[in-house]
Design a protein around this ligand. Structure first.
Ligand code: 13P
Ligand code: SF4
Length: 347
């Protein structure tokens, strides 16, 4: 039963001591977070893993692209373990190398050396590697503003992968006008061609299935009932939602915002509900609300659950050959690290 699994996880964790490190993304369920040596956003967790030289096994409770990023940033003697190999990210899966390379050929033909590829960290290691190979850079939701600003000082045109919402939101916040932003679709090549003078930002047509469940109507309904309410949303939400909210921020920024809000404030949050529910418990003296209470939790993140973690810990102890070790091949890792390091040097 679950109490037995909890006891087993604590026991094996204690046995290995600082030879293992267990990290959990903010969107993980409480049943996993309770065991975490560190929680954080995807980048923070990868950096924690990379700076820890005593832990040879890193149990990464998050999704594949995060575990891959951790593997790329850690050294070869460290193994990154994802407790369920099927914990992917539907947004990252929306851009595959074949389609992206095809689009890039067209765009390079059109814009020559004036275009730079940029990818959100929520992408496969192959896409990060592609971006690194073509002198581009990675961004996270926390540093996207700074990095895109830097990129625009160096390159006239940007090809932003894979999240159109983050790309659009940040570009608009940087003063780019809507008609300077185009969505890449194979059938819209003619559109891009005819407007090529104006267009500065070409967005990949990806989005997060969790964050697209927030809409302007939910915000206006809440404002009607609670006129004093503040609304904060993740930049993976659509631009309409971001405009209707009071604040926009990454998972770390959302936590900081609630922490700094005065006692008694009422705040609705538009991001994964595992995180929002946890914030409700951490800050009982503030009225933290779910912007959309129905099903806004990442099903892929939720694949890491108590049984999967218990099995992973068991395997660590008794069947190490059964562990799901995430290893990015050397060539892919090399160029992906080039793009990641560029971002880390900037932020
Ligand atoms: P962070 O990079 O803020 O952790 O966000 C990851 C994510 O998956 C958001 O949906
Ligand atoms: Fe991917 Fe969205 Fe889940 Fe984040 S919340 S891991 S972007 S599907």
């Amino acid at each position: 039963d679950s109490q037995e699994q909890i006891n087993r996880i604590y026991k094996i964790k204690k046995y290995f001591g600082n030879k293992i490190l267990l990290v959990a993304h903010h969107y993980q369920k409480d049943e996993i977070v309770q065991f975490a040596d560190a929680t954080g956003d995807s980048l923070k967790l990868a950096q924690i893993a990379a700076s820890n030289k005593t832990a040879k096994k890193i149990i990464f409770c998050g999704v594949t692209f995060m575990a891959e990023t951790a593997d790329i940033l850690t050294d070869d003697s460290q193994d990154v373990i994802l407790p369920d190999p099927t914990a992917g990210c539907s947004l990252a899966d929306m851009a595959n190398s074949f389609q992206v390379t095809k689009a890039w050929r067209y765009l390079k033909d059109k814009y020559g050396s004036d275009i730079m590829p940029i990818t959100y960290v929520n992408s496969s290691s192959a896409i990060k590697s592609f971006v690194g190979k073509h002198n581009g850079v990675v961004v996270t939701s926390g540093n996207a503003m700074k990095v895109i600003k830097w990129a625009l000082q160096r390159s006239k045109y940007l090809f932003f992968l894979p999240d159109q919402n983050l790309g659009r939101n940040i570009s608009l916040q940087l003063g780019i006008s809507p008609d300077e932003i185009a969505l890449w679709k194979p059938l819209s090549e003619e559109f891009i061609a005819s407007n090529s003078e104006k267009i500065k930002i070409i967005l990949w047509d990806g989005y997060c299935s969790v964050h697209q469940q927030f809409n302007v109507n939910q915000i206006s309904q809440l404002r009607k009932t609670y006129p004093e309410i503040k609304v904060i949303v993740h930049p993976e939400c659509t631009n309409e939602v971001v405009n209707a909210a009071d604040e926009v921020g990454s998972t770390e920024a959302i936590i900081d915002y609630i922490q700094q809000s005065p006692l008694g404030s009422r705040i609705a949050v538009g991001t994964d509900n595992n995180l929002v529910s946890r914030l409700q418990h951490i800050f009982p003296e503030k009225q933290v609300m779910l912007l959309n209470p129905i099903a806004c939790s990442c099903v892929l993140m939720n694949r890491i659950d108590l049984p999967h973690l218990a099995l992973t810990m068991d395997n660590l102890m008794n069947r190490p050959e059964e562990l799901n070790i995430v290893k990015v091949n050397q060539e892919t890792s090399h160029f992906a690290k080039v793009a990641l390091d560029k971002m880390l040097n900037l932020s």
